[in-house]
Each structure stands twice: as C-alpha cells, then as structure tokens.
Write a protein that binds this ligand. Structure first.
Ligand SMILES: Cc1ncc(COP(=O)(O)O)c(C=O)c1O
Length: 425
C-alpha cells in the first residue's frame, strides 16, 4: 500500500510506516494513493463480516500483510457483531456498540492494536491520543497489558460522561490518563503539537491512535459494507447514510467505502451545535467557533481532524459535494428526537439521535435511510434516563467499572505537562 501526505505530497510511505508514525510532516494526514474498486459487490456482500473485511483490507494493504495472517488479525479484532435494526419502514440503525467498550471505536482501536503488534519489532511505542469520550476507552482496552506499548489518553475534564470516563481511567498499568482543564480541541491540538517535535517523537516512539491513524479508518470502512450486506437488495440502490460527526473520521470511512464500489446514493453529516462543517458547506467559509458543550459530548469538536481527507476525496473526484448534505441539531431537538424514537420502540442515545433527526428531515420518497448508532445508550445513562424517564440496565462492561477508583492525573491545557508525562514513561 502506498500513501502520501496530503500537505506534502512528496512524503510517501507504505502501510507500515503510516501506521507506525500516525501523522506525516507538517501535521499532514496520510491518504491512500490508490483506492481499490470491487466490481462484484454482490459476491463481497454475500460473505461473512470477517472474510469480507479481510478482502477489503487486503485489497487496500496489498502484500505488506499476507492474507491468511490478516484474516487472523481481523478475526480477533472484529469478534462482535454490528446488526442493522429497523426503527421504522424507512429508516434503520446500524448498531456499532456491541464491542467491549460499547462504541464504534472498538472496530478501529482493536484493528489498530493488531496492526501495531504485527508491524512493530519490539521497540518502545508511546501512543498519545485525545478523546472526546469513546476513543479513549476503545484504545485503552485494545492496548492494555501489551509489552513495550504505553498509552497516554487526554480528555477534557468534566466534559465526558461519568461512565465513559470510568471505562478507561480505571485500568492502570500501561494505560495513563490525563484529565485536561480545557476542551477536546485543546487536547487534540496538544497531540498534533507533540507530533511536530521530531526529537520527542523519536525518543518516546510516538504514535497516535486518533482517527488520524489510517489503520483505524480502514477498519471503519468494513462496517459500511456490513450494513449494506444486511439490507434487503431492493433498499441497496436508494440508500442514504447519515453519520453523527465530530472529527469526521466516520464519515471519511463511509466515503472511502463508496469510492471502493459500495452502493450508497448519498451521505448526510449530522453535527450538534459545533457546526463548523454545516456552516462551511453553506457559506464556503471555514470558521471554527469556540467549542460548545452539548449532551452529545463526543461530537463537541469544532476543528475536525479528518476534514482534509474529505476534501482530498473531492479533489480527486472520488466524491462530489452534491452527494453530501449536512445540518446541526440543538440539545433540545436531540431530546425531542430521542423521545420520538422511543415512541417507535427504539432506545437511542444523543449521538445516534442526531444522525436520525437530520436523516429523517432529508429523506426523499423511494429512498431508504440508515443512520450510525455509535454508542450504547447506557454510556450516556444520565441524559437518556432523564429525557426518556426510563430506567436503563447497565451492560456488564459498565457495571464492572462504575465504582472503581479513577486513576487520572489532572493537568492544565499546557503542553509542557504532557511532554513531561511522555518523557517520564
Ligand atoms: C458516540 C460517538 N458518536 C460520534 C462520534 C463522531 O465520530 P467522528 O469523530 O468520527 O466524526 C464520536 C467520536 O468521538 C463518538 O464517540
């Protein structure tokens, strides 16, 4: 597999280097030079999740990982399901929260851990990641206990749900968590800043597990195929997919899946009040505002990391703007939507509800809608119980950590403190 740095095209790397370094020079994201296209999509869709995902990932990665080995890696990473569940006649949910940390991030985090184990030759690796809630848990669980790898997760203190925090701040061992007095964008900026220091990068063997890392995005492509495989054939050609978006990694993976031949008619990018992208698509001005805290906290991002990859797909004519619509949803509307979904017998959480709402507003006669349910409702138990006046049962993964001691260190949004932590490991 060959990839180039979107900001400095002359920097070209293979899959191994892209996974191991995470981010290119000048904070440029890596992007595949060529996207494979599957002509016989029906044959691919007839396969089971693991075999199909192996085909997809192998077509992307090429001979850097032999297919039988890749099959084993995919089988251990994707050892849970992603069911499509009908909410009503027109709209279905793709439930991506059946993995160990109950969010879609388990796909990317677990596959990335497999890749790093496969490709590293025993030298020290420090994974520095910023989380708006769910990446931290997925990455921490995927890497917990692995020799030679330390994980440092930064998150905005007080701005993620209690159970999201408990899932990754109670592990200890090689998992180090920093509660930052600032926003997710502050945390993300410090990750990027760390990557700009060549000496630090080399000394601590810096890597990022954010959706900056191409292996995570590649894993996410696979569940779009899984969704279409589960839909009746007559819904496949008129399919509109709605993605609850924060950093826009999930949307990027969907666009890549379409470029590889998956029949998706068009996409909807749904945001909360942090609406840099909907405003950009309306006005052509890229004007991030200060981040606002919402009940869909994992999408409280105003400077989305993956947007340059979306633009790159358009620049390369793999995708066109008229196939993407975008809108924002307020907290009040999110709550209303959760109730309306509940009346139809479906318990959702704020992120999925945002995608459902924008989808419902844009769906045209004859189209079928699919929205991504990115987290288990119990991860946001306080708001879901409060809005729906229901009692949710805690899944075991959450019940086990609910009362454990939080091991996080509190720091200011100050890179010097992050650097000191990295050098101390
Ligand atoms: C539950 C949930 N939904 C949606 C998103 C947004 O996904 P992306 O950042 O890929 O746009 C996140 C990201 O953190 C999330 O945790």
């Amino acid at each position: 597999m060959k990839l180039y740095n979107i900001k400095e095209h002359e920097q070209q790397v293979n899959f191994e280097e892209a996974v191991r370094t995470g981010l290119g020079r000048n904070q440029g994201l890596f992007f595949p030079q060529e996207l494979p296209r599957f002509d016989d999509i029906d044959a691919l869709l007839d396969m089971d999740l693991v075999s199909r995902s192996t085909e997809i990932l192998s077509a992307l990665i090429g001979d850097e990982i032999a297919k039988p080995r890749l099959h084993e890696m995919v089988a251990s990473a994707f050892d849970f399901t992603a069911p499509v569940v009908a909410v009503n006649d027109k709209i279905s949910a793709l439930e991506l929260f059946h993995g160990p940390t109950l969010a879609f991030k388990d796909f990317g985090g677990r596959f990335m851990a497999q890749c790093l184990k496969e490709l590293s030759d025993g030298e020290k690796i420090t994974i520095l990641t910023a989380t708006s809630g769910d990446t931290g848990a997925a990455v921490a669980h995927a890497f917990a206990g692995i020799d030679n790898i330390d994980v440092v997760v930064m998150y905005p203190k007080g701005k993620i749900s209690h159970l999201q925090e408990q899932l990754f701040c109670t592990l200890g061992g090689n998992i180090h968590t920093l509660a930052v007095e600032g926003t997710f964008d502050d945390c993300q900026a410090m990750v990027k800043h760390a990557f700009d220091q060549p000496e630090l990068r080399k000394t601590v063997g810096l890597n990022s597990a954010n959706s900056i890392n191409i292996s995570r995005l590649m894993a996410q492509i696979c569940y779009y195929f899984e969704a279409v495989a589960q839909l009746p054939k007559d819904q496949r050609d008129q399919l509109v997919v709605s993605v609850p978006s924060g950093n826009f990694g999930n949307l990027t993976a969907g666009l890549l899946a379409r470029s590889m031949g998956l029949p998706i008619k068009r996409f909807v990018a749904a945001t909360n009040a942090n609406d840099t992208v909907p405003r950009y698509l309306e006005s052509g001005d890229w004007a991030p505002n200060p981040t606002i805290a919402t009940i869909s906290n994992a999408m409280d991002v105003s400077a989305p990391n993956n947007w340059p990859r979306v633009e790159e797909l358009v620049r390369r004519e793999e995708f066109s703007w008229d196939l993407l619509s975008s809108d924002r949803v307020t907290d009040e509307q999110t709550a209303e939507t959760l109730k309306a979904m509940h009346e139809q017998g479906y318990v959702c959480e704020p992120h999925g509800a945002i995608a459902y709402r924008v989808l419902e507003q844009t769906l045209q006669p004859g189209e079928h809608g699919l929205f991504l349910c990115t987290a288990h409702p119990a991860k946001f138990i306080e708001s879901v119980e409060d809005i729906l006046s229901v009692k949710l049962e805690l899944p075991k993964a959450l019940a086990d950590v609910a009362d454990k001691e939080n091991l996080s260190e509190l720091i200011a949004a100050d890179f010097a403190q992050v650097e000191a932590k990295l050098r101390s490991l």
